[in-house]
Design a protein around this ligand. Sequence first.
Ligand SMILES: CC(C)(COP(=O)(O)OP(=O)(O)OC[C@H]1O[C@@H](n2cnc3c(N)ncnc32)[C@H](O)[C@@H]1OP(=O)(O)O)[C@@H](O)C(=O)NCCC(=O)NCCS
Length: 215
Amino acid sequence: MLARLRSDIQCVLDRDPAARSVFEVVTCYPGLHAVWLHRPAHWCWTHGFKWLGRFISHIARFLTGIEIHPGAKVGERVFFDHAMGVVVGETAEIGDGCTIYQGVTLGGTSLYKGTKRHPTLGKDVVVSAGAKVLGGFLVGDGAKIGSNAVVIKPVPAGATAVGIPARIIPSKTGESADVTDPKFQASWPDRQHRQPGAPDCAAVVRDRETLAVIA
Ligand SMILES: CC(C)(COP(=O)(O)OP(=O)(O)OC[C@H]1O[C@@H](n2cnc3c(N)ncnc32)[C@H](O)[C@@H]1OP(=O)(O)O)[C@@H](O)C(=O)NCCC(=O)NCCS
């Protein structure tokens, strides 16, 4: 428990050059408070105390300006930087080490209850200020989403997506992939989200060079 709190604080110190001390991080970082309040909210949600989970989440939203549905799964060392105006939907999953800036929505485009409506972020994903990631698909490990991008299709591991609708920016080899291209979609085996036993997308598309070959 103590080790987990230390790791939460350390990840802020590591990723925000403006953070000066542990005391400052503990007292002045709403992103940290939101993560800490999400844990009891999520516990309540998954242990049959759904109203209490929602209520804790509501209090957290009031205090921090960050709305994380208690059903959302948030990994270790997740850092919401500034983070005012962030919305994380019920079926969203945020992998270990992700960084999420202010104004981000991890939202859905369908209204069907009980379905995977919100995105899954792999490990160490960066979602920049104002970006909207909409739908129940996967953003692969280490991917980066540019500020104000609107992402409506999966993003391969290690890729950078920018623009509206988001496109994968050219790799170092000068080639690029359009995530709305059916050929690209067909080459992407894990479009919705990681299922038990499904292939690990991160192993399929590991970096920009691999992506360029697919494109
Ligand atoms: C998206 C981001 C993470 C990518 O970082 P990176 O991999 O180091 O890549 P670069 O910053 O070099 O950008 C790569 C290209 O994408 C372009 N790009 C970056 N962000 C973009 C955006 N939001 N929309 C359109 N194009 C964008 C850059 O102009 C650059 O194009 P170029 O190669 O033609 O010059 C980073 O650019 C970024 O925007 N971070 C913002 C973080 C944030 O929200 N900060 C707010 C703190 S308060």
